[in-house]
Design a protein around this ligand. Structure first.
Ligand SMILES: Nc1nc2c(c(=O)[nH]1)N=C([C@H](O)[C@@H](O)CO)CN2
Length: 121
């Protein structure tokens, strides 16, 4: 099994949706990420710079949601993961993205994607 650095239940506000009324407001999105990373080197050195900094990645996601606008959550997920792989040393990432307010009868709806850095394909 590969080591993981994870972020669970990160809540962000974004302009997201296909309908006109959705383009006028911000809605809540909830992010779960599992990022593959060998934890042995950071554990051996006790050095933050040798790991995936979940605080820095969380702040990156919050800023991304604040600044960018999409219709589909699929599009947001794909762009975000592409940017994360470019910005941080992610080998592979699984992102679950929920839009809790989208379907009143459902607790949440969303998408899940798994992407690898081109260097690991
Ligand atoms: N697979 C998807 N289905 C839907 C999306 C989406 O982003 N991906 N979006 C909408 C609307 O924006 C909806 O969330 C409004 O409540 C509908 N279906």
């Amino acid at each position: 099994m590969k080591d993981i650095v994870f972020i669970e239940g990160l809540k962000a506000q974004a302009v997201i949706g296909v309908y006109d009324w959705e383009k006028q407001i911000k809605q809540e999105l909830v992010f779960d990420l599992e990022m593959e990373h060998d934890n042995r080197l950071p554990a051996a050195t006790d050095d933050l710079s040798k790991t995936l900094d979940y605080e820095a990645i969380s702040n990156f996601i919050l800023a991304f949601c604040d600044e960018r606008q999409f219709e589909l959550i699929e599009t947001l997920a794909e762009h975000l993961v592409g940017d994360l792989i470019g910005q941080f040393t992610l080998n592979a990432v699984t992102l679950t993205l929920r839009k809790p307010g989208a379907v009143a009868a459902a607790q949440a709806v969303g998408v899940k994607i798994h992407r690898k850095s081109v260097s690991t394909i």
